[in-house]
Design a binder for this molecule. Structure first.
Ligand SMILES: [Zn+2]
Ligand SMILES: [Zn+2]
Length: 136
């Protein structure tokens, strides 16, 4: 699996350090399912031509087809490459981009907390690897 060459190709890209391991995850933009002429993205401001970063929907710039963010994201696949923090195995995984609520220990506070994350397991040792949603 090759990492994308340009952020323009992606609706999501992240790199994480996982203890002694690491992971990179990305989601490619989706071709409009209706007209198939254009890659969908955040709506643009007609005056400035800039993306509306806070928009909660994704649009096709050709035909105007719109999908809600959650529906849009969950119809896409996330690509993950990882180096397992437990066994150093290097693996990769492609799966639907669906975040689930999982419990984990906050490394700073030591407290258990619920976070939204894409959860995968190391193919070699079964270690759970979480790509958590970034807290803002
Ligand atoms: Zn379209
Ligand atoms: Zn492992």
């Amino acid at each position: 699996m090759k990492e994308p060459t340009s952020m323009d190709e992606c609706v999501y890209f992240t790199r994480r350090v996982l203890g002694t391991g690491k992971a990179a995850a990305w989601v490619y933009r989706k071709e409009c399912p209706k007209c198939k002429k254009c890659l969908m993205g955040k709506p643009k401001d007609p005056k400035t031509g800039r993306y509306k970063i806070r928009a909660t929907e994704y649009v096709c710039y050709e035909c105007g087809y719109t999908e809600e963010k959650k529906e849009h994201m969950e119809s896409l696949d996330i690509n993950i490459t990882y180096t397992c923090p437990k066994c150093s195995f290097e693996g990769e995984k492609q799966m639907p981009f669906i975040r689930k609520k999982v419990m984990r220990t906050n490394e700073e506070t030591g407290k258990r907390q619920s976070v939204e994350a894409v959860k995968i397991e190391c193919e070699n040792c079964g270690e759970v690897i979480l790509i958590t949603k970034k807290l803002k």
